[in-house]
Each structure stands twice: as C-alpha cells, then as structure tokens.
Write a protein that binds this ligand. Structure first.
Ligand code: GTP
Ligand code: MG
Length: 448
C-alpha cells in the first residue's frame, strides 16, 4: 500500500468544554508540524510538555505532544497528538495552526480508513471501532471490543479457509471424468460441504444476535384508546414520558422511551389509540400508529382486561410474521390475578400498569425475545451489511452442497463456492469496492 501523500488533522475530542482537547494529525508532515508548533523537535512515543505557538511565536496553549512514527501508530503513518486544554476556542486555534502548517482537515472516519488501507486492521475491525464508540449498552461495548480485537474476523477467516480447501477439492475432482470420481470421493465432498454449511450457519446465528444487540429492538405499544398504553410506557421505562389521562385520545404523537433488557437497548414506542375519529389531529396520530407498527420488531397489543378484542383495523395492519405479546391491562378493575400464558400467536400477560403488578412477567417475556436463539457468549457484533454477506455465502454453500449431493456438475459447485468466498471477502474487506469503503467510513465521527 503506498502511503498517503497528504497530512490530515482534526479535533479528536467531543465538541464543548472538557479537561483536555486533542488535535490529532496523521501523515508525513507530522514531525515538521510538531517542530514548528512547539519550537523544537520531539522523540517518538514520549510525552513532551511544551507551549503550542502560533505563526508569530505567541503562545496559543500549553500542553502535551505525543508523536508516533510510522508504521507503529493507529493509522500506520506518522501520527501526532496535541493535547491541550479542552475549550472549543483554544482547541480550534491549535487546529487552525496545524492546518496553516500544511495539514488538511480530515473527513469523518479518515484516520480509521487510513488504518484499514495501511493494513493495521481489516474492515470488520474498523467497523467495530465505530460500534464501540456508538455502543449504547455495556454488553454491546464488550462485543465491539472483541470484534475490534479480531474475534469476528477470525471466525470469517476460518470459514474462508475451509471453503477454499473445499473448492480446491471440488476443482481437483473436476479433472477426473465424472465416472472416475469414486463414490468415497464424492461422499467426502458431500460431508465437507455439509460441515462448512453448518459452521457458516452458526456464525450467521451469532451475527444475527449481535446485530440485534447493536441496533436494539423496536417495541411498539398499540391498542384501542384509553386502555393504558401510555401508563405502560411510563411503567416500563421508569419515567413520566407520556401524558396519561382518563379521556380517550390523549396520545397523538408517537412517543419513544428507552429501556435496557439483557444488555440490549429497547426503544419502546407509545402510539395513539386506534379508532375512527373525526378529529384531524387524532386521525394523523392513528396514521402514525399504524406506520410505527410496520417498523416494529415486537408489538405489545394492549387491551383493557374487560375488553376482549383488539380493534380490527389495527389487527389488519399487523405484519403476519411479526412477534407480538398481548397485554391485558387493568386487572385491578376486575379482580383478576397477574399472570401469563401462551396463546396461539405468542404470549399473553395480565397486569396492572398503574400499580406495576405483573410488570415483571412482561419484562421476562421481553428478556426472552432479546435472548433469541444464540447463547450469551456466541454473539458477533454484526452490521446489516455483514448479515447480507453471510446470507449470500450461506445460499451459495447450500447450493454447492446440493449439487454435490445430487451428483450434479461439479463446475457448478465450484462456482457457488467461489461466490461464497467473494461474499465473505466483502465482510473483512479483502474484496471491496471504493464506494463501499466511502459509505462505511463516512458514518464515523471526524477525528476517528
Ligand atoms: N385502574 C387502572 N387504571 C389504569 C391502569 N392503567 C391505566 N389506567 C388508567 O386508564 C386511563 C388511560 O390511561 P392511558 O395510559 O392514558 O391510556 P392510553 O391507552 O395511553 O390512552 P390514549 O392515549 O388515549 O389512547 C388513565 O386514567 C389511567 O390512569 C390500570 O392498570 N388500572
Ligand atoms: Mg396514551
């Protein structure tokens, strides 16, 4: 990889005031910039306390310079960190001076992009950096660190090596005319293809669980007016987020609150009660409720304990395969007991949102929904693009396995295996288009 010709710089600490403000610089001019701004040369990997000077040698700030010589740095290039006082104005003055000295402003994610291009990390690890920064729960952060350390990449690389050996075996068999490939040979290929398909499916399951951990789960509370949806939102999130009132039609906008279950962040969305209404604002509220339903991962269908059915217009809008939990609220009014039971389309819970009686049963169901299939350890923090690639690889390997099993043309199996390898290569970045890289790194913050 040829080193970048230009030097980039950005403020690496969050905007606003803080103890320290860091300007980060990467590229061939780092040493010259350090010398010019501090008035003397510096040694690599040694914290040096100096004044930061402007063009007229007036002091901008006093702080610590840290210099890492290529290739032993985050980006693989010369890197300089100027750690001054964390005020927006002073940090900007330091940045401005660095730019005057010849650096250019970095694009979002450009430091990590350079780390990738210089082979300091693969694409999965680079994406894990962004995931770590954006983690909303402790569990997601721990998973992101494991991905950054290369756990996910190793799992992909095991698959890649396995598929590659399998393809070599299939291609070797191709050199024999069909009738010469003995039965044990074909059986072995068949067993190997089945084995790698199984391993790929395990990785896919762990990636699905990780994707959930990363993105969280959208839980929508829906039902007729006045059944206690907003009371339930407040109870689950432990807040006073939504207005509760005896009058039906209180909630008009969708209202979002957060809760964390089993280390996964759940967005709980309260919606307007669904009914026919002449009020145009309420009509809009109902439209938004139905829209929210379509984007839900899980729906809590709330009704009064007395009222047995969910409004038909609401039922009609529920996507068929969507997971749902029926919540019968206000058990205090009919003297029923809190409880849960399995019904035809999922769980049903009876509770009292107002007092909180039975709410732990609903929390238990949410925990189960989050845990999904994978055990707590086998989770790979995957982005949707990784899932698509793993899916594509899975389809191709399954197809190859079928061809081998059914005694089809081995050329086809070899081609499917090649497609699977290409799909996996897109995950770690061994096969990547510039456009994809642009999309990935533009999602980072500036300075990373
Ligand atoms: N007795 C009893 N009343 C409840 C319970 N939960 C909610 N309520 C009452 O039912 C009324 C309606 O509650 P909300 O939470 O506003 O109901 P909603 O479904 O959000 O209503 P809309 O926003 O109008 O659709 C309020 O007076 C609540 O105090 C409960 O478990 N028991
Ligand atoms: Mg409401």
């Amino acid at each position: 990889m040829t080193p970048a010709a230009d030097t980039i710089a950005a403020i690496a600490t969050p905007a606003g005031r803080g103890g320290i403000g860091i300007v980060r610089v990467s590229g061939p001019m780092c040493h010259a910039i350090a010398k010019a701004i501090s008035g003397a040369g510096i040694d690599p990997r040694r914290a040096t306390y100096r004044a930061f000077l402007d063009a007229d040698a007036a002091v901008i700030d006093h702080g610590v310079l840290l210099y890492f010589a290529a290739p032993a740095s985050y980006t693989g290039e010369d890197v300089l960190e100027l750690q001054g006082h964390g005020g927006p104005v002073v940090t900007n003055l330091v940045l401005r001076r660095v730019l005057e000295l010849g650096a250019r402003p970095a694009r979002p994610g450009e430091f990590t992009e350079r780390a990738f291009l210089n082979g300091r990390m693969d694409l999965l690890q680079a994406e894990a950096v962004a995931d770590l920064i954006n983690s909303q729960t402790e569990r997601a952060a721990r998973c992101a660190v494991r991905a950054m350390d290369g756990e996910f990449s190793r799992r992909i690389s095991v698959l890649q090596n396995g598929l590659s050996l399998l393809r070599v075996a299939v291609e070797a068999a191709l050199d024999f005319p069909e009738e010469d490939l003995d039965l044990p040979g074909r059986r072995q290929l068949q067993a190997d293809a089945g084995n790698w398909l199984g391993q790929l499916q395990q990785v896919l399951a762990a990636a699905r669980a990780g994707n959930l951990l990363r993105a969280g789960l959208r839980v929508v509370i829906a039902g007729a007016p006045n059944v206690g949806k907003s009371t339930l939102l407040n109870r689950l999130t432990g807040t006073d987020r939504a207005i509760v009132d005896v009058l039906p039609g209180t909630t008009r906008d969708t209202i979002e609150g957060d809760m964390t279950v089993g280390g996964v962040r759940l967005s709980i969305i309260d919606t307007a009660g669904v009914r026919d209404s002449a009020d145009s604002v309420e009509q809009e509220g109902v439209r938004r409720s139905l829209l929210a339903l379509e984007q839900a991962d899980l729906v809590l269908l709330v009704s009064d304990h007395s009222m047995q059915q969910v409004p038909p217009e609401l039922k009609a809008r529920l996507p068929p395969a969507q997971r749902r939990v029926r919540v019968r609220n206000k058990i205090d009014l009919c003297g029923a007991k809190a409880g849960m039971q399995e019904c035809q389309d999922g769980w049903e819970v009876s509770l009292c949102a107002r007092s909180g009686e039975g709410i732990e049963l609903l929390q238990q169901i949410l925990e189960e929904a989050v845990a999904g299939g994978a055990g707590p350890e086998d989770v790979l923090l995957a982005q949707t693009r990784h899932l698509h690639a793993l899916d594509a690889a899975g389809v191709a390997v399954a197809q190859a396995a079928r061809v081998v099993e059914e005694g089809g043309a081995l050329e086809l199996a070899a081609e499917e295996l090649r497609l699977a390898q290409t799909a996996l290569g897109r995950i770690t970045g061994t096969v990547s288009a510039d456009e994809l890289l642009g999309q990935i790194f533009s999602r980072f913050c500036i300075g990373k």
